[in-house]
Design a protein around this ligand. Structure first.
Ligand SMILES: [Zn+2]
Length: 175
């Protein structure tokens, strides 16, 4: 490993990785050599991974919260996180909608169909497309991601939102 005098900055190569104090041959300064950096690197990696994870969770929480206040409130909440485009082998462009469905209740729920609604500037519905859920059940607090390619969209679509079809009410709690 490489060590460096913290006074005169002279560098030395040493195979001795002990943490004891060493003395600089140039200036006579004595200092303690830090342990090999491998553990620190892993710690840094782990810390940045944690930071990244919490950032993602925060972003999902913001999206979910936003959706909860603007769309239907219920045990399951659908939120669009991204609207992209993809080009197929014929050169046609399609809209790709991705997002998450989160179970915000304390119960396990059957997954409802997902309805993607395309609206214009004035909120008029121009197109609706229904998708079957990829999972059958959603645990309390769990969320599942979706990604669907929409059929060709009519002109004037300005907003794409996700809604859930009637979800299955757990037995004994039918209204
Ligand atoms: Zn020195």
């Amino acid at each position: 490993m490489k060590i460096k005098c913290d006074f005169c900055k002279t560098e030395y190569n040493t195979d001795d990785v002990s943490v004891g104090p060493v003395q600089c041959a140039i200036c006579g300064n004595t200092w303690r050599v830090a342990p090999p950096p491998r553990k620190n690197t892993w710690l840094m990696f782990f810390a940045s991974l944690c930071a990244l994870l919490s950032a993602i969770i925060f972003a999902i929480a913001v999206i979910t919260h936003h959706q909860a206040t603007t769309a239907t409130r219920g045990p399951l909440v659908a939120a669009v996180s991204a609207v992209d485009t993809t080009t197929d082998e014929n050169g046609a462009t399609h809209i790709v909608v991705s997002g998450t469905i989160t179970n915000v209740s304390d119960e396990i729920y059957g997954m409802p169909d997902l309805i993607i609604v395309s609206t214009d500037d004035d909120g008029r519905v121009l197109a609706q497309q229904k998708f079957m859920p990829s999972a059958t059940l959603l645990d309390s607090g769990a969320s599942v991601e979706f990604k669907h390619i929409l059929s060709p969209q009519p002109a004037g679509v300005k907003k794409i939102s996700a809604h859930l079809a009637e979800f299955q009410v757990p037995s004994g709690e039918k209204e």
